[in-house]
Design a protein around this ligand. Structure first.
Ligand code: ADP
Ligand code: MG
Length: 287
């Protein structure tokens, strides 16, 4: 039989839908000790369903959804994409005078000459908008010209594979698993608990994700490697910082797929344990 060599390992991985971009990452995977995850699109499907629309000041549900869709119409964030999908009506781009993405917060836009904000509690606090927070889930708060306009609560399903993926990681020698997210505390803890992750950091801005990741890296042994798996939206710096940066192939941003060390073509987190297994087997045969 043909020994499973370096390229054999990469080839074996590719048959499982795991793209490993070089032998050095195969070697690193062999020594993986810690696995850190982004939430949206990584452990969850990244496709949010609208749960509840709560308009204020005489607006109706559809008017608030329209406002959100116009605010998000230039967004590539899973939240923005999902809101546009829920609105499901062509956008008249002439109504949008400006758009700005606010990573970790939401978006800012000028629509029909009015200043519109769409984003999380942090954004409302930052902009001193009097908001109401009595909903559960991921919440998109909206304001028009500084006045609170209501909220849209949205829900993203956990990937079917996520829970099993954590168990598999432990069986291939991963001793710590953590989740880093920009989402709120309640949603973050709820999702992490359902998946079986007890180390969770929430409400993180993109640069805070890097700091939290560096803190986790300290838990690795001198030769131990740390994996980060994300979708590249608001977490590209962490993907770059990790010993092994893993991106999801179909949900990940183009930049993430390009800069990642490993790409999971099927978007299934359980493939990470598969990759580690292949790496360990490959090394046994070669060295
Ligand atoms: P995650 O860690 O879940 O991948 P991000 O860092 O991408 O999240 O975003 C953090 C939070 O910022 C989101 O949970 C959301 O509250 C808010 N946010 C980011 N982008 C948008 C957007 N386009 N519209 C509304 N809210 C957004
Ligand atoms: Mg993200």
């Amino acid at each position: 039989s043909i020994p499973l060599g370096f390229f054999g390992g990469i080839g074996a991985a590719s048959k499982h839908g795991i793209l490993i971009k070089g032998g050095n990452y195969l070697e690193a995977l062999k020594n993986a000790e810690i696995a850190v995850f982004d939430k949206t699109g990584t452990l969850t499907e990244g496709i949010f369903k609208v749960q509840e629309i709560t308009p204020m000041h005489g607006m109706n549900d559809n008017e608030l959804l329209e406002l959100a869709a116009y605010a998000e119409s230039h967004s590539s964030h899973p939240i923005g994409v999902s809101i546009l999908k829920a609105y499901n009506t062509p956008i008249d781009y002439d109504r949008i005078q400006s758009y700005e993405n606010l990573p970790g917060y939401g978006v800012r836009a000028v629509i029909d000459g009015k200043k519109v904000l769409a984003g999380n509690e942090k954004l409302m606090q930052e902009e001193k908008i009097d908001y109401i927070n009595d909903k559960f889930g991921t919440i998109v708060h909206l304001s028009v010209d500084g006045i609170y306009a209501g909220s849209i609560s949205i829900y993203d399903k956990i990937k079917e594979d996520s829970k099993l993926a954590m168990q598999k990681l432990k069986s291939v020698g991963i001793h710590s698993i953590a989740m880093l997210t920009g989402d709120n505390e309640k949603t973050a803890l709820d999702i992490a608990e359902k998946i079986g992750i007890d180390n969770v950091k929430y409400d993180l801005l993109p640069d805070q994700k890097v700091a939290a990741f560096e803190e986790l890296m300290k838990m690795a042994s001198p030769k131990g490697k740390v994996i980060f798996t994300g979708d590249g939206i608001n977490d590209a710096p962490v993907l770059a910082r990790a010993d092994i940066g893993i991106a999801m192939g179909s949900l990940g941003s183009d930049a993430a797929i390009e800069s990642a060390d490993v790409v999971i073509m099927t978007d299934e987190p359980s493939k990470i344990a598969e990759a580690i297994k292949i790496a360990k087997f490959t090394n046994k045969v070669v060295w």
